[in-house]
Design a binder for this molecule. Sequence first.
Ligand code: ATP
Length: 415
Amino acid sequence: MPNARRATAGALPPGDPAPGRRTGIPRAGRATNGRGARARVGATDRNGFRDLRVLDVHKSFGESKVLHGVDLSIDSGRTLSLLGPSGCGKTTLMRIVSGLEIADSGEVRVGERLLAGPGVNVAPESRRIGLLGQERSLFPHLSVGGNVAYGLGRAPDRATRVREVLDMVDLAGFEKRMPDSLSGGQQQRVAIARALAPRPRMLLLDEPFQALDVHLRLELQAEVRTLLGALGATAVIVTHDQDEAFVMGDDVAVMQEGHIRQRGHPSEVYGHPASPWVASFVGDANFVPGLGSGSTVATPLGNLATCCPVSGKVAVLVRPSHLRLVAAAASGEGDVGATGQVQAMRFYGHATECRVQIGDNVLLARSDRMPSVRVGDDVALHYEGPPAVAYPESSMAGLRRDGKQRREAPASPAR
Ligand code: ATP
């Protein structure tokens, strides 16, 4: 997506201040992650955040249909990760929520207020939605105070409000500092303060950590997660990184080709994916053929218990970390499992991955211990996971045995 279409922190002018809330945030509570990100919020005051309801939103660009009747709801004070591959429509959906794009049909509500719907289209600057884009989105020529005040217009309480929100993100006294004198984490907190300044009803964070190196990204994810929770913010975090989605969201909504395929707690989405595609998008996956009968399924790995009743031909999800690999000679007689040959090994330090050829299938096994085998060795694989999740064989159409989309074979060159 071109950067010009990305949300930038505080890019929208403020909406009307909430009635009766012109002087800011009570400071009864203080939350901390122990590493600096602290938000002072009142125990009962949740800073005016509201819930979000998106109902049956459709959007096409010309002939190309991008959103197919999307429903999405987030309760006040919760954070939702909107996760999906590039081009699935995440940004389009967020632009519709923020008013930068108009849906063909459907509704958007924040709290009781209808922002978009039949005959209604509230202007972006009046929606009171705070936007944060990538981390380096502060204006470099403006001080911290200037960045935070940007978007407050000529509001009479500008200076007070800047102090309040800097205090909320634990940067009191930083008004005169310039962005390039701050750490990445401090810059991120200034960006959040800037988005908070006009008292938004919710926050949209579009790939906020995309430009960062992995260490800073992990640090900021934890910091921002804690801060959003402490602020009681209703927030959507758009990402195509499944780890980030799981770390950041109270809930995750997985989007594919303009549809929300699954919505739930991260452990539910990972443990009980709604489809083979979701399973492989949120983590590494093997699918082995099975024949279901009630609460068990016969597979090349032996008879496995299933989480739900199954019958007929199925594809069984096997996470690589649920496979224990042992040298064939060490596998006890009568042990349930499959035998095969190690095709490839990768050592990551914290884990080792082995690709094992079993009949026509290659299964990926991952262990946090270094298995005492080498490429070419005969090995046995044992399933050691929770009751297995199985899908009708037909749901694998178009997918490889690791659940990834099959690529169309390139057309042969004309002779
Ligand atoms: P990414 O993670 O790469 O940002 P995304 O999931 O946010 O992707 P969108 O940016 O919403 O995806 O784009 C969804 C589809 O809509 C893409 O095919 C994109 O090319 C198309 N699209 C988005 N905006 C426009 C536009 N203004 N005109 C035409 N097509 C558009």
